[in-house]
Design a protein around this ligand. Structure first.
Ligand code: SF4
Length: 447
């Protein structure tokens, strides 16, 4: 239900104009309630129906659903905007990896547990184990037991069989798995089981009308944590469908579709599957399930997700301080860069590639890269000299050389005056760092 107008609130009131709410008329009171300046409870005669309708109208346009329990729990949904630049996207798409109960489930759990990476200094990983029933009930329940014993991650239970589902829920319900999926054929038993075990239910529909119809029925069964699972045949249809769902939920506040969305990749080809997954991570999956388990497939998806779910209004920055790569000693190079995270981690990665231990002095540039911070007077001879001095790095080496980015070679003279150091101009691109350190730095250091 969309936000109620003053007239709509008025229609829910007794219309007696008794004044006990401290407003002269019910209409005056209704206008203030609609503007959220006063609570409906200020009218002692407001009906339960009025309270319920107002509460529903005030609910967020997309429900937030918690999956898992304890430290591994995560939240999905609760998004508020269609485009990231309007505000930010709030809850990254949870990445699930699909396995079958007929596979070596223990080995697959180990494999998924190893899908962990570091991006811009932060850990990223697969979030869910999506267990698909391919065998008998015993096989499915046995696989659920292995997940309970061996996995840290929450599960998605993928079955169409209520008996298999109940068996798996008896094992895993307290870990709050997602149930996938209720459809026209099994809606009632699945909804009853999810209400009984208090777990989220994904609802599968062939089109938007069917999804809306099913979510209403599931809600009537007492399940509030609903996830939409549209049937997707190809990437183009998937993108269209997810965009329509997001628009209906957020722009039209259409409550029957105001839920997070689960989508599975459909492509057989691993490269195409990865491309689909990247697209869905950006627009607009809340849970994204892939078959691929190779690191080369998972890393691009996690990287795209990491980027799209950063806050565009907050600079992506690292602390301005001294960093060590490897175990630098008195003859190691001292490299200067800015505190824009992408710049820093690119430089750090290339220094690691060089196998030359080094100090990296990071200058506070409010999260700007080299050229932007130079243009904004954040990266100057004075600011670099101040950073070098405050980190005390020159007392840890027995040379007097500082390497600056080649893009700001123009700062060499000013920095030498400000710092008293000998300034060496490094490469313009971070990709040139390994060769620079292995050849030019060695030549410089020996002088
Ligand atoms: Fe109307 Fe309720 Fe206010 Fe009385 S207390 S004027 S019924 S809104």
């Amino acid at each position: 239900m969309a936000k109620l107008t003053g007239i709509q609130v008025y229609k829910l009131l007794p219309k007696t104009n008794c004044g006990e709410c401290n407003f002269p008329t019910c209409m005056a009171f209704a206008m203030q309630v609609a503007a959220k300046k006063v609570a409906l409870e200020a009218c002692p005669y407001a009906s339960e129906e009025a309270k319920r309708e107002l509460a529903e109208s005030a609910a967020p346009p997309m429900r937030t659903v918690t999956i898992g329990a304890g430290p591994g729990a995560l939240q999905i949904g609760g998004e508020t905007v269609l485009f990231r630049h309007e505000e930010k996207f709030h809850r990254p798409a949870a990445l699930g990896i699909r396995i079958r109960d007929t596979e070596d489930v223990a080995a697959q759990i180990d494999l998924i547990g190893q899908l962990k990476f570091i991006r811009s200094g932060k850990p990223v990983r697969a979030d869910l184990i999506a267990l698909e029933q391919a065998g008998e009930i015993g096989s499915f329940v046995g696989a659920a037991k292995l997940i309970r014993e061996k996995a840290e991650l929450p599960a998605v239970l993928m079955t169409a069989d209520p008996a298999a589902l109940e068996g798996a829920l008896q094992v895993l319900a307290d870990r709050r798995p997602v149930v996938y999926a209720a459809d026209k054929g099994n809606l009632q038993p699945f909804a009853q089981l999810c209400a009984k075990y208090k777990v989220p239910l994904a609802v599968k529909g062939a089109n938007l009308e069917e999804l809306a119809d099913l979510t209403a029925k599931v809600k009537q069964s007492g399940v509030e944590d609903i996830i939409l699972a549209p049937v997707i045949k190809n990437a183009a249809q998937g993108l269209t469908c997810l965009t329509q769902l997001r628009r209906l939920a957020l722009e039209k506040t259409y409550r029957p579709l105001g839920y997070p969305v689960l989508v599975q990749t459909a492509a057989e080809d691993p490269v195409q599957e990865t491309l689909q997954a990247v697209m869905y991570a950006c627009k607009y999956a809340s849970i994204l399930i892939m078959r691929g388990k190779e690191a080369w497939q998972i890393l691009p998806v996690l990287t795209a997700r990491f980027n799209i779910f950063t806050d565009p209004q907050v600079p992506n920055a690292v602390d301005a301080k001294l960093y060590k790569v490897g175990e630098p000693g008195p003859d190691s190079p001292v490299i200067v860069t800015t505190n824009f995270a992408l710049t820093y981690f690119t430089v750090e990665g290339e220094v690691e590639n060089s196998k030359v231990p080094a100090y990296i002095t990071v200058v506070e540039t409010n999260g700007l890269g080299v050229l932007n911070s130079y243009a904004d007077d954040k990266l100057t001879g004075t600011t670099i000299a101040k950073a070098v001095k405050s980190t005390g790095v020159m007392s840890q080496v027995r040379h007097n050389k500082v390497i600056i980015p080649g893009l700001v070679a123009v700062l060499k003279g000013e920095l030498e005056d400000e710092s008293g150091c000998e300034v060496v101009v490094g490469p313009e691109e971070a990709a040139g760092i390994p060769n620079f350190l292995r050849t030019e730095w060695k030549a410089q250091a020996s002088r």
